[in-house]
Structure formats: C-alpha cells, structure tokens
Write a protein that binds this ligand. Structure first.
Ligand code: AMP
Length: 191
C-alpha cells in the first residue's frame, strides 16, 4: 500500500502513522523525523533544515523532494510506505507524482485527520513540555498553523478530486482514532 497521512500540526499524524504503518506492514516515513535526525546529528542537511524548522517555515521543496526520493527508493519501501508530512506543497505533490510514475505505482489512499483548531495549540504546547521540540513554542506553533492553511490545506482538494481522501475525525483517544483510520482504510483488527 502507498498511503499519505495529512492534517494540521498537532492532529496526531506522527503517532497514528506509526500504528497504521505497522498494521499495513509498511514503513512510516516522516519527513519531520528525518529532518530532526539530521539536525541532531549535525549533518549539512540538518544545518540547512534547522533554520526553517525553528521558525515554523517549510524547508525548501528542492531539499525535501530529494530527501524523499532517496528514502522511498530504499528496499524497505519497495512494497509500499506511509508518508507522514509529505507532500506539503503543490510542488511536492507534482514531485511525488513523478516519483510514483517512475516506479509505476499509484497512491492507494490519503488519510486526512480533522481536528478542532483550538485544541491543537493546547496539544502542541503540551507536547512541547514532553518532547522539548524547538518548534513547539506558541509563536512558532501559530506560524506553523498559518503555513499549513496557506500551503498544505489546498492539497486536500487535489486528492479529493482524485477520489483518494479518507477524512477521519482525529479528536479523542489515540486508540479510538487508530481504529477509525483502520476502518476507513479497511484494515480492520482481524485483517
Ligand atoms: P513535522 O514533524 O511533520 O511537523 O515537521 C516539522 C518541520 O519539518 C516542519 O514544520 C517543517 O519545517 C519541516 N518539514 C517536514 N516535512 C516537510 C515538508 N514536506 N516540506 C517542507 N518542510 C517540511
């Protein structure tokens, strides 16, 4: 299966991506996690990405696209993958289309987590105290939400037009949300 998971910052994409990918037997590939790993290792990619991440801005498409292209070409992604946090811009959608066309595959579904915007800031501030992410200050959180609305939300219409969107209520307990997603993807507990 080739899946995407989308939703506003704080909607729980990363948490759900790991559960869903495990159930589907595919790797969860999070661009945010790859950037953070590079930042903590001090690689040139990490140094470049950190400037943007700390400000709540998107890392430039060229950098991000190359990184994803390399990652999904790895052997563990040959039978499928769940992309968490990519694509985030229309240019990234086009780039992903060309990567998939190059390998002769299609996307199977795009999970869109919906959430109450007021709750999201609270969730992110709570996560900041637990994980200590540098991009979880209130100012940066608000900027990330603005950038999401301007750059990424329009992608939902693109994938809706392609009949790929499975909208799932992202509010509630983590395992409830997981069950909703598995149901929407027809990956039930027995399956
Ligand atoms: P995330 O963990 O998905 O919230 O990503 C954290 C940060 O990494 C984002 O706020 C961006 O700065 C950067 N990032 C992650 N994925 C992308 C992407 N697809 N395009 C551009 N920047 C990204």
């Amino acid at each position: 299966m080739r899946l995407l998971i989308m939703g506003p910052p704080g909607a729980g994409k990363g948490t759900q991506a790991k559960f869903i990918a495990e159930r589907a037997g595919i790797p969860a590939i999070s661009t945010g996690d790859i950037f953070r790993a590079n930042v903590s290792q001090g690689t040139p990619l990490g140094v470049e990405a950190k400037r943007y991440m700390d400000a709540g801005e998107y890392v430039p498409d060229t950098v991000t696209n190359d990184m994803v292209r390399n990652r999904i070409a790895e052997p563990d992604a040959a039978a499928g993958f769940l992309l968490d946090g990519y694509p985030r811009t229309l240019a990234q959608v086009e780039e992903l289309d060309s990567m998939l066309a190059g390998s002769g595959h299609d996307l199977d579904a795009v999970v869109v987590l919906t959430a109450d915007p007021d709750e999201l800031v609270a969730r992110l501030l709570q996560r900041a105290t637990i994980e200590g992410r540098a991009d979880d200050t209130e100012e940066v959180i608000r900027r990330r939400q603005e950038v999401y609305l301007a750059e990424t939300e329009p992608l939902i219409a693109v994938y809706t037009e392609r009949n790929l969107v499975r909208a799932v209520d992202g509010m509630g307990e983590v395992d409830e949300v997981t069950e909703r997603i598995l149901g929407a993807l027809e990956l039930t507990a027995q399956g």
